[in-house]
Design a protein around this ligand. Sequence first.
Ligand SMILES: NC(=O)c1ccc[n+]([C@@H]2O[C@H](COP(=O)([O-])OP(=O)(O)OC[C@H]3O[C@@H](n4cnc5c(N)ncnc54)[C@H](O)[C@@H]3O)[C@@H](O)[C@H]2O)c1
Length: 283
Amino acid sequence: MTGITINLEGTGAIVTGAASGIGRATARVLAQAGAQVLACDRAKSVAEVAEAICAEGGVARHRVMDAGSEPDVAAAVAEAVETFGGLGVFHANAGITGGGLAIPMLETSVETWAEVLRVNLIGPFLAIKHAAPVMQAAGGGSIVLTASVAGMRANAGPAQYSASKAGVINLAQTAAYQLAESGVRVNAVCPGLIETEMTRPIYDYAKATGAGNRVGQLNPMRRGGEPEEIANAVLWLSSPLASYVNGQAVPVCGGLSAGHPYTPRTDTAKLMAAIAEQKAAQD
Ligand SMILES: NC(=O)c1ccc[n+]([C@@H]2O[C@H](COP(=O)([O-])OP(=O)(O)OC[C@H]3O[C@@H](n4cnc5c(N)ncnc54)[C@H](O)[C@@H]3O)[C@@H](O)[C@H]2O)c1
């Protein structure tokens, strides 16, 4: 008996938002599994990500592009097909928030909404639109969209962000049906709180106010996540090990989405004493 490994050798893969955070981690993990990766981002620093992967012995190229632009997504797919000989994996991951959670919906502009929906929701749609035909022609593939626990219910992001991510979850569900029997699976991954540039203000604020050790306390693991913990889930969804997983929104959030809001530091002994006291008063 040997251990199960994920081998994506010979698979062309595109990752958007690959210059930073979750996308950077996914590009690296897919390359470690043998995939040939086209790391895409609007930030020029995505070149360094591809260089670092190559320095570790992986195969990667980079492309500066806008994940919400149809010509840019189409060109990225064409580059992957031309240079890797095909496209088996597309991680549509680029995303923006359009402002912090504290910015009220009533003070948010239509322009902000439009830009967030363009990048976060139309971007994944374009990934499906241009990657799926190539994958179908080759007999199959896996498209993974980065949604968020913010798309499952309120309070994990500003309104435009949460609504865009709810749209991404439905997009994965709908695409799975529309691509039925084509061999192309479409799933969404729903990260909880992950330490990246996107969440830097939350971490910095917590540290500045002496509450650094309280970040992530609302989930049962009582910590924030690392980008690699999302990347590993994307790797699994991209691989034949997830061959029967389709149209799903997979939370990777330390259990945050499993429960209702609660008081993290409830002192159980005090709570039990209060209940006993209340019961004694009733007797
Ligand atoms: N960090 C979290 O806690 C968290 C939680 C849930 C979901 N997410 C989602 O994960 C994804 C990655 O976010 P992250 O946390 O790694 O943030 P990040 O800011 O570290 O990385 C996002 C990357 O996307 C790129 N990008 C933004 N707009 C783009 C565009 N139009 N075209 C191409 N590239 C673009 C940025 O340049 C950046 O490199 C996003 O979709 C985000 O919504 C993050």
